[in-house]
Design a protein around this ligand. Sequence first.
Ligand SMILES: [Zn+2]
Length: 312
Amino acid sequence: MKLSLTAILLLLMSSCKQNNSDWIDRSKHEGLYNIGYSELFETYATQEEPKNIKKTVENLEQAKLYYDKVFSEDLAFAVLFVDNENWNDYAFSPPPGMPQAYYEGNIVLGLGKSAIAMRAEQGLKEMPKDNLEALKVHLGNNIDLDLFYRDALSLHELAHLYQFYRTGRNFQRRWFNELFGNLCQIGASKNLPTQEVFNQMDAYQMFLIKADRWGEINYTTLMEFEEHYFDIMKQGRNYGWYQTQFYEKAKALYANFGDDFIDSFRDFLIETKPEEIGNLSDGELQKLIRQKFGPEASEMLKWKYNTEVAHK
Ligand SMILES: [Zn+2]
């Protein structure tokens, strides 16, 4: 058999840029309807013909094209739309509607009016009316926070899949993963055909930061974030506080360094896999960050809450 040079090159290229759907954990799809809402990825739901998710799917299609380009991938994945009643059967953490990514190819998003959005919308009722005006511009007069939790944050969860596909389930730091998710959600939303999703995401994050009504926050340092991650996640408010910090940093980094930074950030996550270089101390990690991203970016990556007792 004689293979031409072009054929060999094509073979090599396709093995680099593979669409490997084998990595998707299909045990997570049991009992769900295969709704086939997209040609670009798999879609499943707890309802046979779910309403109001066409836009979410379209945004994810655009985001996939963006991530495929930035990361030189053609990633296969599945999106699971799960309603409140069935949430605990398919997601790994409450509350219903808090979007999440599994290590093996699946993201889980809320369906219908999610519990997490409902709870947050209820909280808005205690706010002075004037503070809500900026939110209404982007999230509608009734302020629909599923546009934030499901639509905007789906871009963040999808980014985790592009990470896990190359890193597996081990990593150096959770905060680093989360900063990556935030960077990607900003990059992807800014590259959608309209700025609608970015504006919705940004309006709500900026509102939370400005309102500064976190109440009792138990954890503020990065070390605590690593050690008490699931506890923090369950107390949604403390998790939200960390995420707004990551978001602000990510926004500044993206504004300065753009799409290339997102790609190098993922490379860094791959290069620093514990299987490759062992578990790094904080000092070793800081040194590698400086080497990879330079002094300006590593300065921007610094965390300002460093004393464990200095609670907000
Ligand atoms: Zn995340």
